[in-house]
Ligand binder design. Structure first.
Ligand SMILES: NC(=O)c1ccc[n+]([C@@H]2O[C@H](COP(=O)([O-])OP(=O)(O)OC[C@H]3O[C@@H](n4cnc5c(N)ncnc54)[C@H](O)[C@@H]3O)[C@@H](O)[C@H]2O)c1
Length: 336
C-alpha cells in the first residue's frame, strides 16, 4: 500500500498532538519531515524516526515528495504558509484561525480558489463525539425548529499576557470556536451579533485591551438566538457545554469529567471535576479531525470544514469586537 507522505510545520502544543496521532495511529501515512524555527526539533525527529527536519518552512514545501502539510505554526504565519503550500501543490490541513485580518483571509481564499484547493481548517470541536451527536439529532429534525442554542465555553485559567498581545483578543482566540460551533450545529448563517465583555480576573488583560469574561448573542437567519458565555478563568476547570432548544424538544452535551464517581452523605453529594483543558478534553476530536483529513486525501473528498468556514467565524469575531466597542448590535453584512 502506498503511504501518503506528510510534513508538519510548527511543533508546539498543538503540533505535537498531531505529530503523536499521525505517527502512532495511522498505517496509511508516513511523516517525511517536520519544520520549526526551534533547533531542538532535531530531537523530536529522532524520537519519532522522521527522516528530515528543517528550520525553515520553505525546505518543507520544497520537498517534492511531501503530499500533505499540517500547519501548526503561530497564527501570524498561517496565511504565508498556506499560500506557499498551495502554490507547491500540497494538500493542506491548517490550524485555526487562518489569520486575524479579513483582508489577508480573502487573499488566501483567492489563491486557494486559483489553484482549486480546499484546505482542511482545524475547527476540532466539530469532531468531538458528543457535539457530533448533538449535531446529528438537530440535523434529523428531532428537536424541531431551532429557537435557542446555549454554548458555555470557559477556560480553566487565562493564557500568558504574551499570548493575549497577539491573539486578537478573546472573541478571536477563544469564542471563534463557539462561533463555528453555532454555524455547525444549526447549519444556518449568523446575521447579527451583540457582544458584551468585561475583565474580572487580571488587570494586565485589561491593560492589553482585552477582556476575560463575555456574553455574546448571535441571531441566526431564522431569527433563532445563540447565547455564548465565555470566561478565561473557571475555578473548577474547563467548562464546555452545549444545549439546543427547539419546537419539538431539547438536546445537549454536558462536560466530560475526569471520571464518573459520585459520593453522597448527609451534607450533599460530590462528583468529579471536568477535564483540565483542551489537550485532554478534546483529545478524541484531534484524532478524529486528522483521521477525517486522511480520509479526504485517500478518497479524494472535499474537506468537511474549509477556508470559507474560517472566513465566517472570523467575520463573526470581528462583528463581536465592533459590537462591544460601539455598544450596539452589528450585522454581519457590515463586516463582509
Ligand atoms: N484547535 C485547537 O484547539 C488549537 C489549540 C491550540 C492552538 N491552536 C492553534 O495552533 C497554532 C499554534 O498554537 P500552539 O498553541 O501550538 O503554539 P505554540 O507556541 O505552542 O507552538 C508554535 C510552534 O511554532 C513554531 N514556529 C514559530 N515560527 C515558526 C515558523 N515560521 N515556521 C514553523 N514553526 C514556527 C514555534 O517554535 C513553536 O514550536 C495557533 O494558530 C493556535 O491558534 C489550535
Amino acid at each position: 500500500m502506498k503511504k501518503i507522505k506528510f510534513g508538519i510545520a510548527g511543533l508546539g502544543r498543538i503540533g505535537r498532538i498531531h505529530l503523536e496521532n499521525l505517527s502512532t495511529k495511522f498505517n496509511d501515512i508516513e511523516i517525511l519531515a517536520i519544520s520549526d524555527v526551534d533547533p531542538n526539533i532535531k530531537e523530536l525527529a529522532k524520537k519519532y524516526s522522521i527522516p528530515n527536519f528543517y528550520n525553515n518552512y520553505e525546505d518543507l514545501v520544497n520537498n517534492k515528495d511531501i503530499e500533505a502539510v499540517v500547519i501548526c505554526s503561530p497564527t501570524k504565519f498561517h496565511a504565508e504558509h498556506i499560500i506557499k503550500a498551495a502554490k507547491s501543490g500540497k494538500k493542506i490541513f491548517c490550524e485555526k484561525p487562518m489569520d486575524l485580518s479579513l483582508n489577508t483571509v480573502s487573499k488566501v481564499i483567492k489563491v486557494l480558489d486559483e489553484v482549486n484547493i480546499n484546505l482542511f481548517l482545524a475547527f476540532n470541536r466539530r469532531f468531538d463525539p458528543n457535539f457530533k451527536k448533538v449535531k446529528e439529532i438537530v440535523s434529523k429534525g428531532d428537536v424541531g425548529e431551532i429557537q435557542i442554542i446555549k454554548i458555555t465555553s470557559r477556560d480553566p485559567s487565562p493564557p500568558p499576557i504574551s499570548y493575549i498581545k497577539t491573539s486578537g483578543g478573546l472573541f478571536l482566540d477563544m469564542s471563534i470556536h463557539d462561533f463555528d460551533m453555532a454555524r455547525f450545529i444549526s447549519e444556518k448563517e449568523i446575521v447579527e451579533v451583540d457582544a458584551k465583555g468585561v475583565v474580572f480576573n487580571d488587570v494586565e488583560i485589561e491593560k492589553n485591551g482585552d477582556i476575560d469574561t463575555a456574553v455574546i448573542t448571535l441571531t441566526l437567519e431564522n431569527n433563532a438566538m445563540v447565547v455564548i458565555d465565555n470566561s478565561r478563568k473557571a475555578a473548577y476547570g474547563y467548562d464546555q457545554r452545549i444545549e439546543v432548544f427547539g419546537s419539538k424538544g431539547m438536546c445537549g452535551s454536558e462536560n466530560k469529567l475526569h471520571n464518573n464517581f459520585y459520593f453522597y452523605d448527609q451534607k450533599g453529594s460530590m462528583g468529579s471535576l471536568p477535564m483540565d483543558f483542551f489537550m485532554d478534553r478534546y483529545s478524541e476530536s484531534y484524532y478524529n479531525e486528522i483521521k477525517s483529513f486522511i480520509e479526504c486525501l485517500k478518497d479524494n473528498k472535499k474537506p468537511p470544514v474549509n477556508q470559507k468556514d474560517g472566513l465566517m467565524a472570523l467575520a463573526i469575531g470581528l462583528a463581536a469586537k465592533k459590537s462591544m466597542k460601539e455598544k450596539r448590535r452589528v450585522k454581519i453584512s457590515e463586516i463582509l
